[in-house]
Design a protein around this ligand. Structure first.
Ligand SMILES: CC(C)(COP(=O)(O)OP(=O)(O)OC[C@H]1O[C@@H](n2cnc3c(N)ncnc32)[C@H](O)[C@@H]1OP(=O)(O)O)[C@@H](O)C(=O)NCCC(=O)NCCSC(=O)CCS(=O)O
Length: 383
């Protein structure tokens, strides 16, 4: 992408994240996948570099510049390892975001500096076994008893569930009010009754922990209500907007790693007496991959620019996630094709990229939900 369109600060962040990802992350990604865990020391290093406080302003210990710098950094980290990209995106957007946007002064003081510095990781507990796309259909209950909220229920597909020290939990406080009866809570994960039941075995992003969590008489102080009682759904959905920009950037990063590997391979691999990049069918495949990647980046950066300006970007964030995630599967598949039989082996990273990319069409809102949101906004679109 042409450097002219970025500020000096944005370029600095991108280049720092690129160097860090290529030096410290990419060489270890395959080992982390096998271990099912990313080194704690690496997470601490990311915190020191400011990569875990990218939506949090400096006054709260963060490194916020704008959402463009954030998207560029998520792309770079994800090009090093998609699993780490998931940890980073979820922690920043939906771990720190709700607290920053809805927290009281005391809540922010207690948590934002540690989260932004990477000394605590955040997770987002919205989804339940029966409530995925239908986000408001929650069964987890929060009842006020003796000055405490007592939470009971089950949460599903929680990224960072095992690693997190703080969970943003959504629960029903006022069942008679339907969608307006949901509220958000800050739950330190060492609270008795916050139980990580299991880390799921997944197709990809295996170094990122995705957990099922039980809330079993989990008792938190009354002041841990986040935002207004009854505003839980709005808190969840408004933060998913920024979350989707992060997932678009993650998809971009994984796809770019696949493209770079395919391009290198196509230059080196000789068939019929010449490097395969000189065969038109392979060159055309690479041209399409490159074009789709750049189109996805433009959509992602456009949504990021709107978000940075404080403008509504629900449709644009959905367009970025929809296009980037579907592009990522196509690009990773083409990267395998270019590698031929070798692309199907674990010895080459492209099979991991393909597996890692798939989830970006599902989590933080499936492609079907993104299309629904984009179509909904067309009702307000002047023609
Ligand atoms: C399918 C849905 C889009 C349906 O949404 P609803 O119709 O039920 O909700 P709305 O009436 O549109 O909105 C309710 C409420 O929220 C406010 N809102 C909504 N979006 C925004 C926004 N972008 N900014 C600000 N406010 C917003 C809206 O104004 C309403 O507020 P009031 O009632 O008027 O005060 C929805 O259910 C949906 O998006 N579903 C997908 C859910 C999803 O993405 N789930 C994934 C969760 S995370 C995950 O996958 C785990 C991985 S991880 O660990 O991150």
């Amino acid at each position: 992408m042409n450097d002219l369109e970025f500020t000096e600060e944005q370029r600095m962040i991108r280049d720092m994240a690129h160097d860090f990802a290529q030096r410290e992350i990419a060489p270890r990604a395959a080992a982390w996948e096998k271990a099912g865990w990313i080194d704690d020391a690496l997470i601490a290093q990311m915190g020191e570099l400011g990569l875990l406080g990218m939506v949090v302003p400096e006054e709260w210990g963060g490194s916020y510049i704008d959402y463009v710098a954030y998207a560029l950094a998520v792309e770079e980290v994800s090009a090093g390892d998609g699993a780490l990209g998931a940890l980073m995106s979820v922690h920043n957007s939906v771990g720190c975001g709700p607290l920053l946007n809805y927290g009281t002064q005391a809540q922010k003081e207690a948590w934002l500096p540690v989260l932004a510095g990477g000394r605590a990781i955040g997770c987002f507990c919205l989804t339940e076994p029966q409530a995925g796309s239908e986000a408001h259909n929650l069964r987890t209950r929060a009842e006020l008893k003796d000055g405490h909220w007592v939470l009971n229920g089950a949460k599903q597909f929680v990224t960072n569930g095992k690693r997190a020290k703080l969970a943003i939990v959504f629960a029903v406080t006022d069942p008679e009010l339907g969608k307006k009866g949901l509220s958000a809570f800050l739950v330190p994960t060492d609270t008795p009754g916050f139980v990580v039941e299991r880390a799921e075995h997944k197709m990809g992003l295996r170094a990122s922990d995705t957990c099922a969590i039980a809330l079993d008489d989990c008792r938190i102080p009354q002041e841990n209500l986040l935002g207004e009682r009854g505003k839980g759904l709005a808190i969840a959905l408004s933060n998913l907007e920024g979350g989707r920009i992060g997932i678009a950037a993650q998809a971009l990063g994984i796809a770019r790693a696949a493209f770079d590997a395919a391009l290198r391979y196509a230059r080196e691999r000789v068939q019929f007496g010449k490097p395969i990049i000189e065969h038109q069918s392979i060159a055309n495949l690479l041209a399409d991959m490159h074009t789709r990647l750049n189109a996805a980046r433009l959509l992602t950066l456009h949504a990021a620019r709107l978000k940075s300006a404080g403008l509504p970007c629900l449709s644009e964030a959905s367009q970025a996630k929809l296009f980037a995630s579907e592009m990522a599967e196509q690009v990773c598949s083409s990267a395998i094709q270019i590698h031929g039989g070798y692309g199907y082996l674990e010895d080459y990273p492209v099979e991991r990229y393909y597996r890692d990319a798939r989830i970006t069409q599902i989590y933080e809102g499936t492609s079907e939900i993104q299309r629904m949101l984009i179509a909904r906004e067309l009702g307000n679109y002047g023609v």
